[in-house]
Design a binder for this molecule. Structure first.
Ligand SMILES: [Zn+2]
Length: 342
């Protein structure tokens, strides 16, 4: 029988101290490729171990091979790009400090994005169900230059060139045996008024994919632990409902569970994974805090359609806090599960 109120993660996991210093050493040329590979393998093992310790049901590799959500390591697989300096380098941490890329010719990914190798390594390191993570085409296009005189005239045009690349990666994952693939498309919730056919782009990236459970994560941004948009799902609701996925993963804890009533309609068509742990706050939830949030969600959705997650990835949260929050998540879920089972 399917487990009631299963727990999962959005994807990225907190970096341990030694990953920061190790990557800095690698960047200075002090590591050979074998050293770097060992560093990243150990980081994945650590991320898996922390999730297993907490009793998370559906885990990830922590995206430890990607420097952040989808920065250098991910774009490093693409041709046609040159890195640009961030617009702002000092002062308070913010989204305007992210690296961007100048497009010098139409993009391609001759050897894929590396997600298949991420999966194959993680698969041999755990017996738990595992999810694979790929940013969606509109989100990927957000870090590229576009406009008058550029290779791409608009962000949507750039996004369409990501569609076949993402599609090929998902098919390769399915062939490699992946059971669950999640596309992260937060940019559609962050820029709901952008001129782009969100669901058309998204569904094109899933064309002819079979044999895997598909999911989409939409949040309001988490770079350096900060959102960057009006935090409401209402403007993007119809578009995200048109995404051809089995499950939507959505951010609620940081918004004090606002808009749970929208989930009633979501669960008429899809399963939903709801954020009941706030990755942006250093207040560590108790099991009872988490249980209370779950009970709020259950006023709007049937328990059989509900999974429980942190709001977003943990890449911007300290590891000690991430660990504690994973434990709070599973303990809170267990409390409510016990009550429901009587
Ligand atoms: Zn997110």
């Amino acid at each position: 029988m399917k487990k009631l109120l299963p727990t999962s993660v959005v994807g990225s996991y907190a970096w341990p101290s030694w990953l920061h210093t190790g990557l800095a050493a690698a960047h200075r040329g002090e590591y050979g490729p074998v050293d770097t590979e060992e560093l990243l393998n150990d980081a994945v093992d650590m991320a898996i171990r922390d999730q297993e310790d907490a009793g998370i049901d559906l885990i990830s590799d922590g995206e430890m091979r990607r420097a952040g959500f989808f920065t250098a390591a991910f774009y490093g697989h693409l041709t046609g790009l040159e890195p640009l300096e961030p617009n702002r380098k000092v002062g308070a941490a913010g989204h305007d400090q992210q690296h961007r890329f100048k497009v010098v010719e139409r993009i391609s990914a001759p050897h894929g994005f590396g997600v298949v190798n991420e999966y194959l390594y993680a698969r041999q390191r755990t017996t738990k169900p595992l999810k694979c993570l790929i940013p969606g085409p509109f989100t990927l296009a957000g870090r590229l230059t576009y406009g008058d005189g550029e290779v791409y005239g608009s962000r949507e045009e750039a996004a369409w060139d990501f569609v076949p690349l993402v599609n090929a990666e998902i098919k390769a994952l399915a062939e490699a045996g992946a059971e669950f693939v999640q596309l992260d498309e937060p940019s559609s919730a962050i820029h709901p008024n952008a001129e782009a056919a969100f669901s058309e782009l998204f569904n094109a990236a899933l064309k002819d994919v079979t044999g895997v459970t598909l999911a989409a994560h939409l949040c309001f941004g988490n770079y350096v632990g900060r959102p960057l948009s009006k935090r409401t799902y209402k403007p993007i609701f119809d578009e995200m409902m048109a995404f051809n996925v089995d499950q939507l993963l959505l951010e609620f804890a940081n918004r004090e569970m606002a808009e749970v009533e929208l989930l009633t309609e979501v669960t008429q068509e899809k399963e939903v994974a709801v954020g009941v742990v706030d990755v942006k706050s250093y207040y560590i939830e108790t099991a009872e805090d988490v249980a209370e949030r779950i009970r709020t969600v259950l006023t709007a959705v049937p328990a059989e359609k509900l999974s429980l997650i942190p709001d977003c990835g943990f890449s911007e949260t300290a590891r000690w806090a991430s660990r504690a929050k994973l434990h709070a998540l599973t303990a809170g879920a267990a409390l409510v599960r016990q009550q429901l089972m009587g």
